[in-house]
Design a protein around this ligand. Sequence first.
Ligand code: AP5
Ligand code: MG
Length: 189
Amino acid sequence: MLNVVIFGAPGSGKGTQSELIIRKYELKHISTGEILRTEIKKRSELGLLADEYISKGQLVPDEVIIGMLETILNESKDVKGFIFDGFPRTLTQGEALDRMLREKDTSVAVVLNLSVEGKELVQRLLKRGEILGRSDDNPETIWSRLDVYHNQTEPLKEYYKKQGKLVTIKGDTVEDVFEKITDMLNRIL
Ligand code: AP5
Ligand code: MG
């Protein structure tokens, strides 16, 4: 199995690159943000709970997210691997992912850290807010998301660096970033 974590700040391109990666490598895309947004649209119990956090740019509690992931992993049979997009976001989630994959006799192969400047992130998210109207793409919530990323999610970089799995990818265009990612994944495969 090839298990890839795509890591980076809000707006760094995790979703965009994941779409390209799954087409080329036939991995299963797990975006916790997308799953939660679908639940919000359905107005399910999980959706209503998640909406309270997402609209403020705060993280949904670890136990909720980890439980959700556990269900998805157990339901996914015969897959070539996963791309985890927007998960893990805390050290607790990182440790839980390692445990869940260990139980399946597999592990995280690589963590692709998409590095983009803060100013560029804000511009991308504001632009998307105008076009798609995602509820958390407004100035106030964007600041909160970036702050949460810095304080709660960035420490995971050290966690993966210690495991020798962190690869930082910098690039301007979508194509440029994807080329660097494929170079990296082809080397692993
Ligand atoms: P989530 O959905 O994961 O959002 P995010 O991390 O804030 O990131 P985005 O989806 O906004 O950005 P992205 O990195 O995917 O970039 P994209 O490709 O879209 O999470 C949302 C919320 O859900 C969280 O705040 C939290 O509340 C909750 N949540 C989710 N997971 C959780 C977890 N594990 N634990 C707890 N809570 C959780 O690109 C952004 C834009 O830029 C697009 O318009 C794109 O077209 C453009 N773009 C992409 N690449 C480029 C490029 N190279 N050049 C120019 N433009 C580009
Ligand atoms: Mg995304």
